[in-house]
Each structure stands twice: as C-alpha cells, then as structure tokens.
Design a protein. Structure first.
Length: 459
C-alpha cells in the first residue's frame, strides 16, 4: 500500500485528510516540520501533503529542504490562502502542485492518484536507464521440453506469492528472463524490476549501489543518493549471480529479507522495504557454504522457492525451436537472405553439447548470418569449426532426421545416451558426467526414451 505523509499543525486538518485517504493508502501524520523529517528518515514515503503555514518552520522552508534531500519525492502544498506569492514560491521550489482549502475531495483524490502514477513511471524509467545497455528478449521462455515446462510451472506458482525465489542454472540458460517473467506474472508487474548484477559491481561500491547513501560524498549538495532498493520500491529486487555477493553484504541482505528493513550508508535510522526478492546463481551455493564463502542462513531464506533451469543439452528437443527463432529474429534485423536451416546443419546443432547454452546458440546463428547471410539456407559447412571436430561427445552412428521434428530429436538423444552408457560400461553416474548432466536427469531421459540396462550388444 502506498504511503502518504500529511504534514499540518492543525489536528482537524490532519484527521480530515486521514479520513479521505485511509481506505486506499497508508496515511502517516506529522504535526510539524521536525516530526516530518524524523518520519522520512525512517520510512519510505510515496507522497507528501504539506501545509504552507506552520509554526517553528513553515511549509515552504521545509519544502526546499525536502527537495534537496529527497529529489524524487512528490510534494503537494496545501494552504488556506489563495495568495499568489506562496503558490509561485512553492512551485518554483519544487512542489508538484498546490491546492487551497477548502478543497474539493474528488479533485484532491484525483491529483494524488495522478501524482503517484507519474512517480511510478519516473521510477520505471530510471530503473530501465540503470540497465540501459542490457537487452531482454523473452527467448528463454521458448520451448516445450518436460524439464523446461516444469520450471515454468514452478515460476507461475511463485508469481502468486511474495516468497524469495532462487533460480539455479548454468550461464546462458535464461535465468534473468524467467525472473522478469515471474515479475510480469505477479501483482507487482506495474512496479519496477530493478537488477543488482553482483559479478559486475566492484566490492567497494556494491553496498552503495544496493542501499544508497543518505548523504553521498560525491554530492556536494548533500543530496540523498538512492540505492537499488529505493528504485525497486514495491516492485522486484533482482540479484543476478548472488553467489558473488561479498560476505559482509550478505549479512545485510539477510536482514533485508527477514525484517524488511535496511539502512542507507551514512544514515543512522532503518528504512522499510516492501520489494520482492528474486536471485539467480550459476554456482553451487552448497559448495560455497562449505568453503565459508556464502552464508547458510541467507541460502535458506533465498531458496524458499527453488527453480532449476535445465542446460540446453538436457532439453535438446528445444534446440530446433531456438535455432529457427533466432534465425527469424536476426535475419530481419540484419537484412540477410538466409531463411531456413538445412537438415544436416540442424542435426549438428541438436547433437552439439552447448556449454554456453542458449546464449551460445544465438551467437552461432548470428555468426553464420554475418559470414554467410547471402545464402538462402544455413548449411552444415557454414557452422563454426567446433561443429566439425570431435571435441564434444557425439554418437558414432549416422542418424536420419525424420519428418516429425520431435521424433528426430528423440532419436538423436537416444543415440547420445546409449553411446555414453555403452562407453562407461553402463555406469550411470559416469555416463551422466560424460554427457555433462546429472544422474537424475539421465535417469529421466532413459525412462522417457525407453532405454533399459543392460544394453543390447551393438550389431
């Protein structure tokens, strides 16, 4: 619920404004400028209704101070006088609007609603600007493999709740895309999605980026420097590669999750956060816990809803879908002739192990179009060198692609699994390691493809 701070020395006026807004908003009351400053220091407020005439410190003086300290905080001035001087001074000093008493209740409600909507848009724009160099196509949400659909089903359930989510998966599997989709499916979808990219922010700056500064040393005016938590507001705070978060910062994030509060650097009080936490990792956090690099308590809090995104080699039936999708997407933007993928090239794409996952597949298609975009079809000989070497495990037998694409991919996978099992003497753990997967996923594939042990002797 959005918070409105009413600052007025008149008790009747304060209570009247509380009665008007308390159904739709969380209304906080302050009787003077000093009480208002104390409230703002400890509570995230979305809008201030500020009376012009007050004892000790008048509203316009307080307005000027608040604009310096909280430049993103919208302030609407209220006065019993319709004189033009305080109105002009208030607007020049940074108030978003001015309304005189007695006011029309519906007009005031509409003004407050419109101001809060404008603030929401501004925050969204700033959150986007902070990550402007990043691109967010929904490529990772393509696919129909059972393992992927299981992850999506879990994500849809998670979207309905506010528990932290931890998305596990190798680099390039689309973890951030799934995190953004969880946000889009949730009731917070109109609020900002703000990312903290732990692996890219220097350790000396990461706490300033996350928590912000009450009075930043880089700001000669002493303005508040909002952090990512402030930008997220009631939206989603996303931690990418959270395994790279410094140990000292982990303690503060644990407090943020457990108590919903945090402190800005240089600040003396705590502030409330209603942001939802989603994190990703491409590392084994259990191993990092054993080595003392990651806090066990933080892991348990983050892992409230664990989601595993499978590697591309474990969802080979989705490779043709991605390949065709990237071809269609890139050929239009690159203005090339290539419009299809030859059967042999598609077979090679399906057999390859894709250590870089979806991101690598897109890069391969893009590279082919850059070098061979004057051809109508993408052929096997246009693929990079790694597709013509025995560097990655592939079956010895020649596989004919059938007309039915799903059956063709199953055929390729079946050959891969059988060859791995045969080369490892039927030991599933070793075969899974050779295939770059887990024993659980290998067993799932064996059941799906009707592969039983012991294997028949090859003919």
């Amino acid at each position: 619920m959005k918070k409105i701070l009413v600052v007025d020395d008149d008790t009747g006026a304060r209570e009247s404004l509380r009665a008007i807004f308390q159904v739709e908003y969380d209304v906080l009351l302050s009787s003077n400028a000093f009480a208002a400053m104390d409230t703002l220091a400890s509570t995230e407020v979305d809008l201030v209704l500020l009376d012009v005439v007050m004892p000790q410190k008048d509203g316009v003086t307080l307005l000027k101070e608040l604009v310096q300290l909280y430049p993103d905080l919208p302030i609407i001035m209220i006065s019993a006088s319709s004189e033009s001087r305080p109105i002009v001074e208030s607007i020049k000093s940074g108030a978003v609007d001015f309304i005189t008493k007695p006011f029309d209740v519906q007009e005031l409600k509409q003004l407050v609603w419109r101001t809060l909507e404008n603030r929401k848009l501004i925050r969204k724009i700033r959150a986007m600007e902070s990550d402007i160099s990043r691109q967010y196509p929904e490529d990772s949400l393509l696919g129909y493999s059972d393992l992927f659909e299981e992850a999506v089903a879990m994500a849809k359930k998670a979207a309905d709740h506010d528990l932290p989510v931890l998305i596990h998966g190798e680099s390039g599997t689309g973890k951030e895309m799934l995190a953004r989709q969880i946000h889009a499916w949730s009731e917070r979808k109109e609020e900002p999605f703000v990312g903290v990219y732990c692996a890219t922010i220097p350790e000396t700056l990461i706490e300033s980026e996350i928590f912000g500064h009450d009075k930043s040393p880089q700001s000669p005016e002493g303005k508040v420097n909002p952090g990512r938590i402030d930008l997220a507001a009631s939206g989603t705070l996303f931690f990418d590669d959270i395994g790279d978060l410094p140990s000292s910062t982990q303690t503060k994030i644990l407090r943020l999750i457990q108590l919903k509060d945090y402190s800005r650097l240089g600040g003396s009080g705590s502030r409330h956060s209603s942001a939802r936490i989603i994190a990703t990792t491409n590392q084994s956090l259990n191993e990092k816990i054993k080595s003392g690099e990651f806090q066990k308590e933080l892991y348990f809090e983050l892992n409230a809803v664990p989601i595993h995104l499978p590697a591309l080699r474990n969802r080979r039936e989705d490779i043709p879908i991605f390949a065709e999708h990237f071809l269609d997407e890139l050929r239009n933007s690159m203005h090339v002739k290539t419009s299809s993928i030859q059967t042999e090239a598609l077979k090679a794409l399906c057999i390859y192990d894709w250590p870089g996952n979806i991101r690598e597949l897109k890069n391969v298609i893009e590279r082919c179009l850059v070098l061979h975009g004057d051809h109508e079809e993408l052929s096997l000989d246009q693929l990079p060198n790694e597709f013509h070497r025995n560097k990655h495990f592939r079956p010895k037998h020649t596989i004919e692609l059938e007309e039915n694409l799903a059956k063709s991919v199953d055929q390729i996978e079946r050959e891969l699994v059988i060859e791995a099992l045969r080369s490892c003497g039927g030991v599933q753990t070793k075969a899974a390691e050779k295939l770059g997967t887990t024993r659980r996923i290998l067993k799932y594939k064996m059941d799906k493809l009707n592969i039983t042990l012991p294997l028949d002797d090859p003919k």
